[in-house]
Design a protein. Structure first.
Ligand SMILES: [Zn+2]
Length: 241
C-alpha cells in the first residue's frame, strides 16, 4: 500500500491522540510499547493482535530491527463498531483545542425520531441552526440500534442548543440517545455507541480534563429528568469520571 505524505501527517496526528491510520479507510486504536531486550516485531504483533506490516508502517521502520528502550506505536484491531463514520468525518473538521469542555448526555424522551426529524422539530421551534444536539444515537426504530448520527452543529462546530444554561451550550457537546428512559433502559448497543463516541471525542477535543455530565446535572434542579430514571448514571460516571 502506498503511503502518501498527507497520510503520514494524519498518522502522526492520530497517533498523538491514540489512534492509527492504516489505510485510506481503516483506522485502529493504538497502544505504545517500550521495547525490552529480546522483543521482536513478530512477538509484539502476536502479543497485541496486530501485524508486523502495520507496526512497521506506523513507526516508519525500514526493516524488522527495533531498538531497546524505544517506544513503538502498536496498532491494535479496529474496535470502532459504531463510530467509524464519526472518526472519518471528524478528521476533516477543525476543532479548536480546548473549546469543548463538557460532554452532556440526553435522552429524547420519545421512542420515535432520528437526527433529521428532531432537527426539523428544533427548527420549527425557532432554532435556526436546527438539531440542538451534536450527535444522536438511535435505538433501532427510525435509525439503527446504536447508530451514531452526526448533526450539522458538529460539522460546523457550532454551539449546541441542548441545555437551558447557555454557557454549557457554548462549551458542551450534546449527545442525544433516542428513547424514553423514564420508561425503559437504553439498549446495550446505545450504551456501547455512547461510550465509544465519548471516548473518541474526549481525545479529539484536546481539552486537558473533559467533564462528563447528563442533562439534569447541568440545568437548574427540577428543570428536567433527562436522561431519565433508567439511564445507568452511576455506571456512566464510574466509567467516565
Ligand atoms: Zn436533555
Amino acid at each position: 500500500m502506498c503511503i502518501t505524505r498527507r497520510n503520514l501527517i494524519k498518522n502522526m496526528a492520530l497517533a498523538a491522540m491514540g489512534y492509527a491510520f492504516l489505510s485510506s479507510d481503516l483506522f485502529a486504536k493504538v497502544v505504545t510499547h517500550k521495547v525490552l531486550p529480546g522483543d521482536t516485531l513478530n512477538e509484539l504483533a502476536v502479543k497485541y493482535g496486530s501485524n508486523v506490516n502495520d507496526i512497521r508502517r506506523v513507526n516508519r521502520l525500514k526493516d524488522d530491527r527495533i531498538q531497546v528502550g524505544k517506544h513503538l506505536i502498536i496498532p491494535v484491531p479496529d474496535t470502532y463498531q459504531y463510530i467509524e463514520r464519526v472518526v472519518k468525518t471528524t478528521q476533516d473538521i477543525r476543532i479548536e483545542p480546548g473549546r469543548w469542555k463538557y460532554i452532556v448526555t440526553h435522552h429524547s424522551a420519545i421512542e420515535q425520531g432520528n437526527a433529521e426529524s428532531y432537527g426539523a422539530y428544533h427548527k420549527r421551534r425557532g432554532m435556526e441552526n436546527g438539531l440542538a444536539y451534536h450527535f444522536v444515537i438511535g435505538c433501532g426504530l427510525d435509525s439503527g440500534n446504536g447508530q451514531v448520527e452526526i448533526g450539522p452543529r458538529w460539522l460546523k462546530q457550532q454551539d449546541g442548543g441542548h441545555v437551558r444554561t447557555d454557557l454549557y451550550n457554548q462549551i458542551g457537546i450534546g449527545i442525544c440517545m433516542v428513547g424514553n428512559f423514564q420508561v425503559r433502559k437504553p439498549t446495550q448497543a446505545q450504551m456501547g455507541a455512547l461510550y465509544e463516541l465519548v471516548d473518541y471525542l474526549s481525545q479529539v477535543v484536546q481539552t486537558k480534563r473533559v467533564r462528563y455530565a447528563v442533562h439534569k446535572e447541568i440545568d437548574p434542579p427540577g428543570h428536567t429528568v433527562c436522561p431519565g430514571r433508567n439511564f445507568p448514571l452511576a455506571e456512566y460516571h464510574k466509567r467516565l469520571g
